[in-house]
Design a protein around this ligand. Structure first.
Ligand SMILES: [Fe+2]
Ligand SMILES: [Fe+2]
Length: 294
């Protein structure tokens, strides 16, 4: 086995989400080939790169965006695409949300322009420079895994809802808790999904998993789903103040999967595909490796 190149690893990731182009939050920062074993980590820093080199790994693949990727914020606009996929007309979403989304995208672009480490730890040029000096191939794949994970959980949600149209919030929570990634997140990290807003005995009605647009939706997007027929919104996580405000307003139901669980849903098929090609992959830093755990 001669191993894979960084390009080949990236195309395996893209294929999982049927993507033809590399999204702006993903990229190969230090290319390489003949990769037979690599570390897969949620976030990558200089220490991790050094450890990988010392332990004889051929590459490091991160999930969250690394390196410059100045325009990564653009991927946040995908929230409008997600709304459209969930049958909310584009014009209506744009009228309600385009201004707030635009502000968020421009704020992120400014952060990248400023390159202040405390604003974006592990997202500077330092990691890329270190990988280059270590002669260690380094890349990150973000949106394809998030999109793949969104599809996986939404399909499960839709299947469960069609079997039991009057299902309750506690049933939605149970569905998430029974995912193999959830069992691992609970046993290994002690983190479980939460019913954040809503009574467990309430009917869930229409349930949407909002994931795959760079980061979790801001409150206006969550409320927009509530106002457009989705009584129950599932997201990975949210900022404390935003969640508190939403809880006070109580306009709909909100379930939090937890970050590691939610992100790992789309990584599981990638890990499987990589191992099928004969490569060795070591998962770290929140990426859940369910093989041998199910
Ligand atoms: Fe993610
Ligand atoms: Fe994430």
């Amino acid at each position: 086995m001669k191993g894979l190149s960084t390009d080949e690893i990236l195309s395996i990731g893209l294929k999982l989400a049927d993507m033809a182009e590399v999204p702006l939050d993903s990229g190969i920062h230090v290319p390489g080939e003949y990769i037979k074993r690599f570390i897969l980590a949620m976030d990558v820093n200089v220490g991790l790169l050094h450890m990988a080199k010392q332990m004889g790994f051929d590459a490091v693949v991160g999930h969250h965006p690394c390196g410059v990727l100045l325009q990564r914020g653009e991927v946040y606009r995908r929230h409008i695409d997600l709304l459209e996929m969930y049958c909310i007309p584009r014009g209506k979403s744009m009228a309600a949300l385009s201004e707030s989304i635009d502000t968020i995208v421009r704020r992120m672009e400014n952060n990248r322009f400023r390159m202040l480490h405390h604003e974006c730890p592990n997202q500077t040029v330092l990691e890329v420079d270190a990988a280059r000096m270590l002669n260690l191939p380094f890349m990150n794949i973000h949106n394809p895994f998030d999109e793949a994970g969104r599809r996986i959980l939404q399909l499960k949600i839709d299947a469960a809802a069609s079997k039991n149209p009057h299902w309750k919030l506690k049933d939605v929570l149970a569905l998430i808790e029974n995912l193999p990634e959830a069992r691992y997140a609970k046993d290994v990290y002690g983190i479980s999904p939460r019913l954040f807003i809503g009574d467990p005995e309430t009917e869930a009605s229409k349930v949407v998993f909002v994931h795959g647009a760079l980061s979790a939706p801001h409150p206006a997007i969550i409320k927009f789903y509530w106002q457009n027929g989705f009584k129950t919104v599932v997201v990975l996580h949210g900022e404390f103040e935003n969640l508190e405000k939403l809880r006070m307003e109580k306009q709909g139901n909100l379930i939090l999967t937890g970050h590691f669980l939610g992100d790992s849903l789309g990584l599981t098929p990638f890990i499987r595909a990589i191992r099928q090609r004969g490569l060795e992959v070591a998962c770290m830093g929140g990426i859940i490796d369910i093989q041998g755990y199910e």
